[in-house]
Design a protein around this ligand. Structure first.
Ligand code: 0L1
Ligand code: MG
Length: 260
């Protein structure tokens, strides 16, 4: 049985209130099962609430892009979420963890789009629509109690996306060997995770093309100026108070934030 518009809106309201208050909710599928298409309907309704509150859409994120994470969730394809302006944290800024349940950080790279693009597309074609690539950090959190959810729940919850930081150096995609850049996630100056951009869906441009193709199934695309977080290059690291978190990406510089 499919969800009514009212049910989707009610689920979106629960997740929206949980994200705003820092209080968690039981996973939605404990109440009613729904399809992946409906999970994205709930996600879109949730994002519309933020947009209506004055935080415009600034881009998209890819999630579950590494084989390790896909295996962990028992899936064989990535998922996506939306980035709104209130999620952007300045490079070198401070993140107050008190409103988050299970905050974790992932080392990523981000694209800034130069042109509108709509699928179907390929990694090579999508590269032509990119203005540049930079180092990035994504903070993920779950709005679900006890960190318990199914894949459809996590899609409804905007793919756990919470905050993100972009480095200040923007580089053309063909100026670096983007398919295998060394990436180090440091906490308080010590390496916490070491990886490669190859872990991001085999190549960050492949992840970007997959996003554009998934959006096309909903008759959507990316717009010039939008940001795309390509996906995590290593396992996520749990955050705690008073840390300095930094990602260094070979050839792309760094991005960092402090926690309190
Ligand atoms: O960015 C991501 O890879 C999304 C992960 C979603 C599941 C989780 O919260 O770990
Ligand atoms: Mg991520």
């Amino acid at each position: 049985m499919s969800l009514s518009t009212e049910q989707k809106n009610s689920f979106a309201s629960q997740l929206h209130a949980a994200a705003r208050s820092g209080h968690q909710v039981p996973m939605l599928t404990a109440e009613t099962s729904f399809s992946m298409v409906e999970a994205y309907d709930i996600q879109e309704a949730l994002i519309q609430k933020r947009i209506d509150e004055g935080a415009p859409l600034v881009g998209m994120k890819m999630g579950l892009t590494s084989l390790a994470k896909m295996e962990q969730m028992g899936v064989d394809s990535p998922i996506y979420g939306h980035l709104t302006s209130d999620m952007l944290l300045d490079d070198g800024g401070t993140l107050d963890l008190s409103v988050y349940g299970h905050p974790r950080v992932e080392p990523e790279v981000a694209f800034i789009m130069a042109e509108d693009i709509k699928g179907p597309t390929t990694s090579a074609q999508v590269a032509l629509a990119v203005k540049g690539v930079c180092a990035a950090l994504e903070v993920i959190d779950s709005r679900y109690e006890n960190f318990k959810f199914t894949l459809n729940d996590v899609v409804a919850d905007n793919a756990s996306s919470t905050r993100f930081v972009l480095g200040t150096e923007l580089h053309p995609v063909d100026s670096v060997p983007l398919g295998n850049l060394g990436m180090v996630l440091e906490v308080d100056g010590e390496p916490a995770q070491i990886g490669s951009s190859a872990a991001i869906f085999e190549h960050p441009l492949k992840s970007l093309a997959a996003l554009v193709n998934m959006l096309a199934t909903r008759d959507r695309g990316l717009k010039a100026g939008q940001i795309v977080l390509a996906g995590g290059a290593t396992a996520a690291v749990a955050l705690s108070d008073n840390q300095r978190v930094r990602v260094r990406v070979q050839g792309l510089g760094d991005a960092s934030f402090f926690t309190k």
